[in-house]
Design a protein around this ligand. Structure first.
Ligand code: GLA
Length: 703
């Protein structure tokens, strides 16, 4: 059989997209529709890939329930979720997309063209095969080759059809402030289940990631179909079971309150939706996504380097920042081995609390009479890098910026401007607002030796008006805002390639494959309670690599949760410290010193290795998470007990991902055990008490 990544069977107008373990096939059926044929394990023969036999379908109105179109347009008898819905200039809202050709743009890149024969609307479906990660990235380009403007009412990136006539379980991430990325699972029944954001940002409440299985997949085994959208604004994922038991996941831009005017001659690109198939359960699905993010999504050049251990001053000082106070914390942090000091909110304008100053990006003269450079130089003299918090997309009404430009915020005339955290949202769709943000950020980075930006965004959109535009165009703000944000970040990264960016939005409100193309890591949650964190971090890891997951040790619950416990849980991602170091005694400082030194030894395994969720915090008192280097020579396992439940004897925990034949020295014991033994017989956690934790390291012995 042909070994190409993409097989183009020109005689049949049929395409087979092969990844290491999976195949995805579609083609033109007898009715000349672009029909999905198969997505699952690779099949031995080309002739194995066939369309379903839908001869029996009599009534035309049931056709779209039975035939899985690759990119269904809303037109004709069409009652399921469309990928594209438009209105032409003459009022016709019926779109017909006919096959117009294909092009193999690269060995792993295919483009299929579709065209409305009358109106010359052209849709180019792009497929990028990420062979090693068993993933396929899809996006669509919509070009108006006609003479008049076309209104787009819904533009989805792709629909993913899984083999029909099975019952599926839908897994997704839901949450709220301080409780992000909680795993939710439910059986899909007839009809549609929608997860989405209408908040202008990715959201704390839902995340654009999904997984489907047949209710049987475990962490290690079973078929899982999964995917994630690369978009940080309003998004929508619709899981649909048609009356003919076809199961589809459609995802892209949220069509709620959305229209887009596509002028003649223009092209509109719908963001990508990357999805995969694995037989290695939810763990296999996550690892494929993690490896893809590390190799493809995360920005160069930092993607290949390790994230530094940071200290952030927020919980220690809140808005009460000044040079002396920050320096005192910085000296304490440096003594622990911290590598990067980040000053959080409160350093600018008249920012004494969250009610004023946002938008006035000059150092507060009472706090920093000589500007920021004296502080930065003092921090640098300790050997640490310097980072700073900004929230560029927002403004307090009590600010010079707002007084000068009240029209720069999202608003409707004759309506109140709803405040949240006493702030309004700047309209980043406007080019003058983009220029303002870019130039103050440029100045900040040019005039100071800043190595790290924590880019925050602390409220969703309300009253999303853009009064300068004609009413029929204002709904483009949902899209153009995000494009504006991406453009600013892209320009800044280009101008300051050494600066590391962190994405924050009241915690994990903006984590997705779109922002992760522009930020090197993300703040997973404002909730830093170590026990709550386990579930948040677990959910995060379903969709995103722990190498992007910023986790701080703070002072929460010190009587119950020991400092090593809090460290161990934060060491499962990118370690940071957010505690008030002025209050730590020498003993605590020494524990922290040792923990940070240990983290530096193992962080390459955590940040770049393969993650195995051995025991889930959702399932019992003992959580265990393992990380293994790609070469399988090093591994680290974090154990933690969460419940006040008597566990005796300690259960065996079965490790994963090791080389069965290699001999591993297990930390804390003189024994050398084979990888096979560690995986088949396991190791006992043996933690001894409630809210205890342990880090176990494994090192393969030289053969
Ligand atoms: C948000 C962030 C916090 C902190 C504050 C500062 O809540 O999530 O980490 O930066 O803003 O105001």
């Amino acid at each position: 059989m042909d070994s190409s990544i993409i097989q183009c069977l020109s005689d049949r107008k049929f395409w087979i997209l092969n990844t290491r373990e999976a195949a995805y096939a579609f083609g033109l059926n007898e009715q000349k529709e672009l029909e999905h044929a198969y997505w699952g394990e690779r099949l031995p023969y080309e002739s194995d890939y066939q369309f379903r036999d839908v001869e029996r379908i009599g009534a035309p109105e049931t056709r779209n329930d039975a035939v899985n179109n690759e990119y269904p347009a809303w037109g004709g008898p069409m009652f399921s979720e469309p990928c594209l819905k438009v209105c032409f200039a003459d009022g016709v809202r019926d779109l017909s997309l006919e096959y117009a050709g294909y092009e193999l743009l690269a060995p792993n890149k295919l483009m299929i063209s579709l065209r409305d024969p009358h109106y010359n609307l052209v849709v180019r479906l792009h497929y990028v095969v990420h062979y090693d990660f068993d993933l396929i990235e899809r996006y669509a380009e919509i070009s108006n080759d006609g003479a008049d403007t076309v209104r787009i009412d819904s533009a989805q990136s792709a629909v993913w059809s899984v083999p029909g006539d099975h019952q599926y379980r839908f897994t997704h991430l839901a949450g709220k402030w301080a409780g992000e990325t909680q795993l939710r699972q439910s059986i899909l029944d007839s009809g549609r289940k929608v997860i989405e954001s209408r908040r202008g940002m990715t959201s704390l409440q839902a995340n654009p990631w999904f997984a489907l299985d047949r209710g049987l997949a475990t962490e290690d085994e079973g078929k899982v179909w999964f995917g994630a959208l690369a978009w940080s604004g309003n998004w929508k994922i619709t899981a649909e079971v048609t009356p003919w038991n076809q199961v589809r996941i459609t995802g892209g831009l949220n069509d709620f309150d959305f229209t887009f005017q596509l002028a003649a001659g223009n092209t509109f690109k719908v963001p990508s939706f990357t999805a995969g198939f694995t037989t290695h359960g939810f763990g296999g699905a996550s690892r494929n996504m993690h490896r893809y993010q590390q190799a493809v999504i995360l920005p160069k050049p930092h993607a290949s380097s390790l994230r530094k251990v940071l200290y952030n001053s927020w919980y220690a000082t809140h808005f009460d920042v000044n040079e002396e106070g920050q320096c005192r914390l910085a000296e304490r942090a440096a003594a622990l081995g911290v590598e990067l000091f980040v000053m959080d909110d409160g350093w600018f304008g008249k920012r004494k609390d969250d009610r004023a100053g946002l938008g006035d990006w000059y150092p507060a003269p009472d706090k920093f009479p000589n500007g920021l450079n004296p502080l930065i130089e003092r921090v640098k003299s300790t050997g640490m890098e310097f980072g700073i918090w900004v929230e560029p997309e927002m403004v307090n009404p009590d600010s010079d910026l707002y007084r000068a430009h009240p029209d720069w915020v999202l608003h409707f005339p004759n309506r109140s401007r709803s405040e949240m955290r006493s702030q309004l949202v700047l309209n980043l769709a406007r080019s003058d607002v983009q220029e303002f943000i870019y130039s103050f950020m440029h100045k900040l980075l040019e005039e100071h030796r800043i190595d790290y930006i924590k880019w925050d965004m602390n409220r969703p959109f309300t009253e999303p008006g853009w009064p300068e535009l004609p009413p029929f165009q204002q709904q483009e703000v949902w899209l153009r805002y995000v494009e504006g944000l991406y453009a600013i970040l892209d320009r800044l990264r280009n101008a300051f390639p050494k600066v590391v960016f962190e994405s924050c939005a009241s915690g994990g409100g903006r984590v997705d494959n779109g922002i992760l193309q522009r930020t090197d890591l993300a703040w997973a949650s404002d909730n830093t309670n170590a026990v709550d964190r386990l579930a948040i971090q677990e959910g995060y890891s379903y969709a995103y690599t722990p190498g992007t997951m910023s986790c701080w040790v703070t002072d929460g619950w010190p009587d119950l949760l020991s400092l090593p416990y809090r460290f161990h849980i934060s060491m499962m991602g990118v370690l940071g410290i957010g505690a008030n170091l002025n209050e730590w005694n020498e003993e605590e400082m020494e524990v922290a010193r040792q923990m940070i030194a240990t983290y530096k030894d193992i962080r390459h395994i955590v940040q770049k290795g393969l993650q195995y969720r051995l025991n889930s915090p959702r399932e019992g008192p003992l959580t265990a998470v393992q990380y293994v280097t790609e070469d399988k020579r090093e591994s680290v396992v974090f154990f933690s007990v969460t419940h006040r439940e008597h566990v005796s004897p300690w259960p065996n925990v079965y490790l994963r991902g090791l080389n069965p034949a290699a001999a591993y020295r297990v930390d804390g014991s003189k024994r050398v055990l084979s990888g096979q033994c560690l995986m088949s017989n396991g190791i006992q956690a043996d933690l001894g008490r409630f809210y205890a934790s342990k880090l176990v390291r494994l090192q393969a012995q030289a053969q």
